[in-house]
Design a binder for this molecule. Sequence first.
Ligand code: GDP
Length: 445
Amino acid sequence: RPTVAIIGRPNVGKSTLFNRLVGKRLALVDDQPGVTRDRREGDADLLGVPFRVIDTAGYEDEDPATLPGRMRVQTEAAVREADVALFMIDARAGITPLDEEVARWLRSSGTPIVLLANKAEGRAAEPGIHEAMALGLGDPVPFSAEHGEGIADLFGALLPYIDREDKEAEADEDSPNAPLKLAVVGRPNAGKSTLINRLIGQDRLITGPEAGITRDSIAIEWLWEDFEGQMRPVRLIDTAGMRKRAKVEEKLEKLSVADTLRSIDFAEVVVLLLDATRGLEVQDLKIADKVLQEGRALVIALNKWDVAENASSLFNGVKGALDEGLAQVKGVPLLTVSATTGKGLDTLIKVAFETREAWSRRITTGQLNRWFERAIETNPPPAPGGRRIKPRYVTQAKTRPPSFILFGTRVDLLPASYERYLVNSMRKEFGFGAVPVRMTMRPSK
Ligand code: GDP
């Protein structure tokens, strides 16, 4: 788990911050003799991201003559273990010679440093914040541990370092060589088994039970040749219901619901198969909605296109009904396929790969902020009841699906329509297409 070390001279407010981060959870006081004697450690959580925090307190009553030496040993021990050092200064007291010395140790440690200007509330702090810039550690994050102000900014500054585990897992799954995890869902007789058999052909490799999939489902992995001639692995979930080509009586609604949920759970991209001879039914919309709610990427395929009548009006009718029925995510890809002839299947898999790519996309903070400034300028947020809402910035908390946090004053009061505006604008700007995009509001105090 990522570790944050709180560094700073006595009385800058380290313990208050530590207590805020660790909250009611019991802090472990390390009783080892020596360097770490008085150090405190705890499990912290900032807006849902967990990390370990080390408070290098314990020398508050030290003899000033020996203080720098003791501090140095403690600071260096903590920083060695940490992924990021949170260097705290007292904005009211300004920068002291000891702060400058600590800054020098930290710079030579090679550990990333976030400079936190504590006690930053009010005008008295301004000169201190200004002086802190001269430490050469970047712009200080203004903070008030006591008032709890600036938590959002602190979060934004720490996130790149504490979100590491998540990113490593992502990097693995994002690699173009990682198999595309695909599920095919749809009502009984839509043609799911036929489609799967056609897709995998003879070239199947049954990889056996996977974590999270029950005994009666298996993952089938095969290689799909893309339009550039590259072989790309696809892993498909095959549930017992499909594999055994269950008899019609067995294809009870109940069985298919359980299969559907299991498949959605497994998949990155879910293909919802519709039967062109029956059109779009209420049940299909329910499944589509479920897939999006679960944060999976959705692609819809209209099967049995080989026997479809009035093709173009059928297509437009289904397209219109989808856009209306799935109001929260417009423009879900709708393709036409034939599981029996194989027509359209390559395009289907190609679109599934592209959709996964969008679903896994990470946007840089720079790109996000450029978009954000334009978006709120083009369409400024409303002021419900005359109270001004001031969105300040956005960070991407995670991918798969893309999830963002909007920070700012009273952003929790933003109407749903404005949130939709932001999400849709982001969709266009960053090419998220129809993948679900999440946005959480974090009002600052
Ligand atoms: P599942 O219940 O969704 O697995 O559906 P099946 O794969 O068992 O297919 C149901 C019926 O539709 C079978 O009779 C298939 O032969 C037929 N079928 C499936 N795909 C197509 C297709 O693309 N075109 C036509 N004409 N029939 C299809």
